[in-house]
Design a protein around this ligand. Structure first.
Ligand code: NAP
Length: 350
């Protein structure tokens, strides 16, 4: 019998749900035991219900699993959730109330004051907010979230700078991949040969989530980081990988080699604990003048490493640089998986 913990996936047929299945196939701690999606998929074998969009095959064991109703009855106690926000807002609390650990990707609960919004390398200690949740007291269940796919790459690049030099101002302009919009997502006639300068609610999410992630946890609440922040988000005709042009002003002045060292030396709890999905190097600075590029660099560290490049002086703020992060791995399924690994390492998963 397997000694791995049984996990379920809510929204298992979607783009992020598929990544969960791919990343969990050989996971040493977790085993997929339950899948749920909408009424459209319920009762069907997974391979028939899902439009599989990944380059590896559907794991044989999962292909024949039947999609269950998206209800807590019969679900395992650890749930990875990959639902649209509107549906997540209704379903995730039901699973937490039923005693499940809900490890969510959606924006539904991210900014709720008692819900941890976590990147394990950046603010793993915010997980303590779980203890303030009513679900936790009533049933033992709780919810933990990971950030939006463009906020996560940005914060991975900002955190090492904020720790050493303190951020005063951040401006970020994104070029986001089409896989970030789910499946079928953006119509090909809208995106081919085009750039769409609007992604609903994305700029607001980037700004508020960045400040919560880099904020301070005191007395059971997170005080957002006080720096000024402005984001502009664009959808571009790239399959995977969100690229961001970032400018920053720092409180403590620094030399370029000091910034590069801050990125390259960055290690945190997931690396110390050797969590299975933790990349050896969370952030890598690329010195080649025209990198990072999504086609070549978004799979660095198995898609869990954030690539930074093109550091140069900024005539308006202090410095500007380019950031690249895999949106469905580090930006979604991999982020949630690393959160679950941290929860297990800290004893929250029984
Ligand atoms: N794609 C990314 O890069 C990314 C990154 C970070 C965060 N996220 C977030 O992750 C979530 C999922 O995104 P996605 O890109 O995977 O979306 P998606 O491809 O559209 O998948 C949505 C999933 O939700 C299921 N679903 C829809 N209605 C449902 C209902 N009423 N009850 C139960 N399940 C239902 C769908 O099942 P059916 O197949 O049966 O319809 C499908 O499995 C979203 O909140 C998104 O914002 C996405």
């Amino acid at each position: 019998m397997s000694s791995r913990l049984s996990v379920g996936i809510l929204g298992a047929t979607g783009i992020v749900g598929q990544r969960f299945i791919q990343m969990l196939e050989h996971h040493p701690w977790f085993e997929v035991a339950w899948l749920a999606a909408s009424d459209r998929s319920e009762g069907r074998p997974y391979a028939e219900a899902a439009r599989w969009r990944l380059k590896t095959a559907i794991p044989a064991r999962v292909a024949n699993m039947t999609i269950s109703p998206a209800k807590p009855g019969g679900a395992p106690k650890i749930i990875f959730a990959a639902l649209d926000a509107a549906i997540a807002r209704e379903l995730e609390p039901q699973f937490a109330a039923a005693g499940c650990a809900v490890v969510s990707n959606s924006s539904a609960l991210r900014m709720q004051s008692d819900v941890p919004l976590v990147i394990p390398e950046v603010n793993g200690h915010h997980i303590a907010l779980i203890e303030t949740q009513a679900w936790r007291r009533a049933s033992g269940g709780f919810a933990v979230t990971n950030p939006n796919c463009s906020a996560i790459g940005l914060v991975m690049a900002l955190a090492p700078l904020h720790r050493r030099f303190e951020l005063e101002t951040v401006m970020a302009v994104t070029m986001q991949a089409v896989s970030g919009a789910g499946y079928p997502g953006v119509a090909s006639l809208d995106i081919l040969g085009n750039v769409i300068p609007y992604i609903a609610k994305e700029e607001e999410k980037m700004e508020e989530e960045t400040q919560k992630l880099l904020g301070t946890l005191t007395d059971g609440r997170v005080e957002p980081a006080p720096f000024a922040m402005s984001a502009q988000c664009n959808r571009v005709a790239v399959e995977d990988g969100h690229t961001e042009s970032v400018s920053v002003r720092l409180k403590h002045k620094a030399k370029p080699e000091e910034l590069i060292a801050a990125w390259n030396d960055f290690r945190a709890e997931p690396q110390k604990l050797r969590l299975p999905s933790a990349p050896e190097r969370p952030v890598v600075y690329m010195r080649t003048h025209d990198r990072p590029q999504p086609r070549f660099d978004c799979d660095l560290g198995g898609g869990m490493t954030t690539a930074v490049g093109r550091l140069r002086p900024c005539k308006v703020l202090d410095w500007k640089f380019t950031v690249l992060s895999h949106n469905t791995i580090r930006g979604a399924a991999g982020a949630a998986l690393l959160n679950a690994e941290l929860l297990k390492a800290k004893g929250y998963l029984g």
